[in-house]
Design a protein around this ligand. Structure first.
Ligand code: TYM
Length: 323
C-alpha cells in the first residue's frame, strides 16, 4: 500500500483554501493509502511566538481534523514536536545543503523582497525541516496545495543529495496537487486565500463571521440585470468547489440569465457552505466536550510515528557514522 504524508501549520484558524487544497484530499485518501498527518507546530514557530496561542491553535487544528473526518484508526495523526527525530534529521540535512540552494526558495525570496526585518534562520531553514518531516517516513505521495510544490521539490533534491553523499537511503516523494483547487482564491478576488492576505473564509467560524467573510468577496460592477460570466467570479469559483454538479449548473444558468446579483450568489454560497460543513461543525462541538480524547489521539499518533521515525534515524546515523 502506498504511503502518504502531509502537515498543516497551527498558525491560525483553518480556511477554505486549506480545506479544499489539502485537508479534503487527506481525509479522502485515508481509505486508500497508509496515512501520516501531522500538526507542524515547529514550522508555526516561525510566526507564532506566544505559548498560549500555540497551544490553542494546536488543539483547534486537531479538533478541526477530527471533526472533518480524520479517523485515527486509519491515519497516524501526531504533533511534529512530539517526534524529536524531525529536528535531528533537519540538522543533518542542514550540514549537506548549500546556502545558495535555499536562497532560491520562494518563501525566503518573498520575505527578502518585502524587506522583512524579522526574517529568521528558522524561516530560511523552513524547507529543510520540511524535507526532514517528509523523508523520515519514506512516503510516496505528498498531497498539498500549489504553494507547497517547491518545498516538496526541495525534499526530493535533499533526498538525492543525501543519497549521493552517503549511499542510497531515501526514496523520492511525489507531490499530489489537485488541479481545480491547486490555488483557491481569497475573498479579495486576486490573491490565493491565505491568513497573511486577510482574505480568508474560516470554515469553523461562527455563522455571523462566516457571513461577513462571504459577503466581503470582491466582485466586479456588472449591474444586477446584466448577464454575468461565472468563470470570472470568485463567488462561483468557491461554490464550484463545494457544490454538486446539478447545483453548479443551476447557479451557472442564473449568472448567465441576468437579473441575478452578486449579493444573491453570495447568499447561495453561504447557504451551501453551512450545509456542506454542517455535520463537521456539529461534530466539532461534540469533540470539544472531550478534550482528553484529542490528547489521547495525538499521544498514540506520536508513539506510532516515532516507531517509523526512529527506524529511519537508526539507518541514517549508521550512514553518516555517528553510530
Ligand atoms: P500550511 O499550513 O500553510 O497549509 C496547509 C495546506 O493547505 C494548502 N493551502 C492551500 N491550497 C490551495 N489554495 C490555497 N489558497 C491554500 N492555502 C493553503 C497548503 O498548500 C498546504 O498543503 N509547510 C506547510 C506545512 C508542512 C508540510 C510538511 C506539508 C510542514 N511540513 C511536510 C507537507 C509535508 C504549510 O505551511 O502548510
Amino acid at each position: 500500500m502506498k504511503r502518504i504524508l502531509s502537515g498543516v501549520q497551527p498558525s491560525g484558524k483553518i480556511h477554505l483554501g486549506n480545506y479544499l487544497g489539502a485537508i479534503r484530499q487527506h481525509i479522502e485518501m485515508q481509505n486508500k493509502f497508509e496515512c501520516f498527518l501531522f500538526i507542524a507546530d515547529l514550522h508555526a514557530l516561525t510566526t507564532v511566538r506566544d505559548a498560549k496561542i500555540m497551544r490553542e491553535n494546536t488543539l483547534n487544528l486537531a479538533l478541526d481534523y477530527l471533526a472533518l473526518g480524520l479517523d485515527p484508526e486509519k491515519t497516524i495523526f501526531f504533533k511534529q514536536s512530539d517526534v524529536p527525530e524531525h529536528c535531528e534529521l533537519a540538522w543533518i540535512f542542514d550540514c549537506i545543503t548549500p546556502m545558495g540552494f535555499l536562497e532560491r526558495a520562494h518563501a525566503w525570496k518573498d520575505a527578502q523582497a518585502k524587506g522583512k526585518k524579522d526574517t529568521t534562520v528558522g524561516l530560511f531553514n523552513y524547507p529543510i525541516l520540511m524535507a526532514a518531516d517528509i523523508l523520515l517516513y519514506q512516503p510516496d505521495v505528498i498531497p498539498v496545495g500549489q504553494d507547497q510544490k517547491q518545498h516538496v521539490e526541495i525534499s526530493r533534491d535533499t533526498a538525492l543529495n543525501f543519497n549521493k553523499h552517503f549511499g542510497e537511503t531515501f526514496k523520492l516523494p511525489e507531490p499530489y496537487i489537485k488541479e481545480n483547487v491547486a490555488t483557491v482564491r481569497g475573498t479579495d478576488g486576486v490573491n490565493k486565500m491565505s491568513k497573511s492576505y486577510g482574505n480568508v473564509i474560516e470554515i469553523f467560524a461562527e455563522e455571523k463571521v462566516l457571513q461577513k467573510q462571504v459577503m466581503s468577496i470582491v466582485t466586479d460592477s456588472t449591474p444586477i440585470e446584466s448577464p454575468k460570466d461565472p468563470k470570472k467570479c470568485t463567488v462561483f469559483h468557491l461554490y464550484e468547489c463545494v457544490a454538486m454538479s446539478t447545483e453548479i449548473t443551476n447557479l451557472k444558468k442564473k449568472y448567465e440569465a441576468g437579473g441575478f446579483g452578486y449579493g444573491d450568489a453570495k447568499k447561495e454560497l453561504l447557504k451551501k457552505l453551512l450545509e456542506y460543513f454542517g455535520p463537521a461543525r456539529k461534530k466539532r462541538i461534540e469533540l470539544q466536550k472531550n478534550l482528553r480524547y484529542v490528547d489521547e489521539v495525538l499521544e498514540k499518533g506520536a508513539t506510532n510515528a516515532r516507531k517509523i521515525a526512529s527506524a529511519t534515524m537508526a539507518k541514517v546515523r549508521r550512514k553518516i557514522g555517528t553510530r
